[in-house]
Design a protein around this ligand. Structure first.
Ligand SMILES: C[S@@+](CC[C@H](N)C(=O)[O-])C[C@H]1O[C@@H](n2cnc3c(N)ncnc32)[C@H](O)[C@@H]1O
Length: 370
């Protein structure tokens, strides 16, 4: 079996913020470095929060791991989208940074308990759209390699399960090639790196859509859907429109959502896939959230759960994160991800890296022979 490498460190969104002084620095840095250039509204609001002792004290009533700006700003935006913070909603809609800063502090101070409760209950979920441009050719390739006429998709670490609409979107690549449903309300684009096109095979029939997550998001639930929107920044209308379109499409064929640890829940997920369909497990940037030992147990579970069935696993994970998937010799933390394709058949595992991708799948290089 291929080597397994150590987990990367905690993401910014989970970093503990520490004492008030440090918290002020975290908010200032978020505004001046992370939001600057992308979100003038969040730049202004985060800096204003960093300069308000009252606001920082309110944020400090949240557990340390829930004080980061990504969670607190999303919790505030969630209140605005729910109609419970009209001044903040109006300021965001008008792209008025000064008014947004005042309204954010006012909302936080008036509704501290609600903001903190939302931050505690929810995970930040920024930018979950657009993975299908990478997944589509890899899933179609998996089905082709084992001669499957139907697949059952099992998205592990699915969050809102947007990947599970992969056969129902249209994709146009920068080399002019297209895949999927060109009349779909969701049209994605991706840039091809290098000379090789992605394989042009169509996806076979999708016989089951199953999402597995410790904390799945149900796009048919108004509160869940609003939280996904609230995790985007309020001055990024293109991202919001793309998310809305992907959520609306997913809601027309909602997946079965299985709540729990992937290793425990996978047998139920396989049981949801008809016997004449190939179970294709998908992971996109999920496994880095699993402890190293859990990643190995996940792999063994894939090998063992099929009970004689052929099973495929399509992974899109950071270099060295997906156990058993080769890495082209790339260094870890290189800034790109490896597209992996593994097939478990007749007690044999065939695992291959089929490409690289960048920017959560907006650029990809297909490298496998087909
Ligand atoms: C960074 S998100 C990735 C979400 C999605 N796959 C994507 O591409 O955006 C990681 C997801 O894995 C889920 N997760 C973490 N550990 C898990 C576990 N042991 N079993 C199932 N899901 C898990 C988290 O709840 C979270 O939704």
């Amino acid at each position: 079996m291929a080597r397994i490498v150590a987990m990367p460190g905690p993401t910014a969104s989970t970093a503990p913020a520490g004492r008030t002084r440090t918290l002020a620095q975290v908010y200032r840095q978020f505004g001046e470095v992370e939001a600057a250039g992308s979100s003038p509204l969040y730049e202004r609001v985060a800096v204003a929060l960093s300069e308000s002792d009252e606001a920082l004290r309110a944020i400090e009533t949240a557990p340390a791991r829930k004080r980061h700006p990504t969670v607190i700003l999303a919790a505030l935006y969630d209140l605005a989208l729910a109609g419970r913070a009209p001044a903040l909603a109006a300021a965001y809609a008008a792209a008025d940074g000064d008014a947004a800063a005042d309204a954010a502090i006012d909302t936080l101070l008036r509704m501290t308990d609600l903001v903190v409760a939302t931050a505690v209950r929810r995970q930040p979920r920024p930018n979950e759209t657009g993975r299908c441009a990478v997944l589509y050719p890899a899933i179609a390739e998996a089905a082709h390699r084992v001669g499957a006429n139907a697949v059952g998709l099992i998205d592990v670490g699915c969050s809102a399960g947007l990947n599970l609409s992969v056969d129902r979107v249209g994709i146009t690549y920068s080399d002019g090639q297209s895949l999927g449903d060109q009349s779909s309300p969701v049209q994605l684009s991706a840039s091809i790196v290098g000379d090789r096109p992605v394989p042009g095979r169509a996806m076979p029939q999708v016989a089951a859509r199953v999402g597995v997550d410790l904390d799945p998001v149900d796009v048919t639930d108004a509160d869940d859907a609003r939280w996904l929107r609230a995790c985007l920044w309020p001055d990024q209308p293109e991202r919001a429109a793309r998310l809305d379109a992907e959520m609306a499409l997913a809601a027309t064929a909602p997946p079965v959502l299985l709540h729990g640890d992937a290793v425990e829940v996978l047998p139920d997920a396989f049981a949801s896939v008809p016997l004449d369909a190939l179970p294709v497990v998908i992971t996109t940037w999920s496994l880095s959230h699993f402890p190293l030992e859990s990643r190995l147990r996940f792999l063994y579970r894939l090998e063992g759960t099929g009970a004689g069935r052929t099973v495929a696993w399509v992974s899109v994970e950071g270099v060295g994160v997906a156990p058993a998937i080769p890495t082209f010799g790339d260094r870890r933390a290189s800034g790109h991800s490896i597209i992996g394709l593994a097939v478990f058949e007749h007690s044999t595992l065939r695992a291959e890296a089929v490409g690289r991708c960048w920017s959560r799948g907006r650029l990809l290089a297909w490298l496998a022979g087909s």
